[in-house]
Design a protein around this ligand. Sequence first.
Ligand SMILES: *Cc1c(COP(=O)(O)O)cnc(C)c1O
Length: 456
Amino acid sequence: MEKNIPYKTYLNEDEMPKQWYNVRADMKNKPAPLLNPATHKPMTAEELSAVFCKELVAQELDNENAYIDIPQEILDFYKMYRPSPLVRAYCLEKILDTPAKIYYKFEGNNTSGSHKLNSAIAQAYYAKKQGLRGVTTETGAGQWGTALSMACAYLGLDCKVFMVKVSYEQKPFRREVMRTYGASVTPSPSETTEVGKKILREHPGTTGSLGCAISEAVEVATHTEGYRYVLGSVLNQVLLHQSIIGLESKAAFEKLGVKPDIIIGCAGGGSNLGGLIAPFMGEKLRGEADYRFIAVEPASCPSFTRGKYAYDFCDTGMVCPLAKMYTLGSGFIPSANHAGGLRYHGMSSTLSQLYDDKLMEAVSVEQTKVFEAAQQFARIEGILPAPESSHAIRVAIDEAMKCKETGEEKTILFGLTGTGYFALVAYQKFNDGEMSDYIPTDEELAKSFAGLPKVD
Ligand SMILES: *Cc1c(COP(=O)(O)O)cnc(C)c1O
């Protein structure tokens, strides 16, 4: 029989990971390199250094070192809001009447309300260390922009955020949090950049997309002395920083003498999922253990389940390097009625390679089903989950219900990446019965795939 498992398990300060884990070191098939959009040759460290900080470029290109020391200053910052708890969802198990054991790792216990702070502080730290004045970035729902503003405020860096226009208008309070931390927030597309003006000319009245905001942020970073661009997801370096989630989870499970069977995470650009599964995937890659990994994405933006594994632009303005990834095409903009986050057209190259190698599964879920799971979870476990996180809740519940049918006592771990306080417009829609599901047609996707760059 299993011993008594506490509702929450925390690591002690001396048990906290001191190094990040780089899963690429253990991958036989490495993720494909970023390509220069003009020459289609792999981006060199020097080329990347025009956009990103030096140390982050080194991390981006490092496919060899499995462990990378976390600088003391970052460890000190982590201590302010980590470790995050590993929670046994006893109440959820009971209401589902399932023999499955459900755990979640909760990353919402900081002001930014999500896991994004784990990478924000790392990226801001390396920018500061390089002697830069500030950083630029994009934000969609606002979690990344908020996390980065917090990190920059702490380190005394300037922070310029381009916020997708529709979110800027729908989520005014997110903007106020960022401004309180000292960031400047510009709705994107804007008239403040060349690429923004071009997008506005071509698509008057557009409410923007992450791809547009990235183009604007990169333009400002590369045209302003002492600035670099930082990105909150997708990149290898971000997955590396987010491995803190998986490392803590694994250490907590070891403390409990428990091993998860199924690990589930929502996937937008792939950073929380990549971080959560990293050390477990490492064991699987080295043949030491086996796990099922499930990526959950919205049916309205199904990069893994309906995308193509191809080189694509990371942004709409086509100023960024090309990345090989599961993608819907950089011109893909999810339907405006999609309220549930995870709107990015592409997916982390690392996760794309793992998925292509069949080391990981993916499912897509419709947003009304996601919000039903969110509501059920909130009512029984107390936490109001972010819509993004609720994709993982949906599939954790579905897997637990399968266990009920088969009588299997599987141990399920899912990533609860954040809280839902800033997604109340989406909750309002759901509560008013006005939420609908939009699934792109094959024709729409074909149109978007037609814009993929031709790379041999
Ligand atoms: C940004 C975000 C996500 C999705 O991003 P990934 O890079 O795929 O992890 C998921 N949940 C929350 C709460 C977020 O803020």
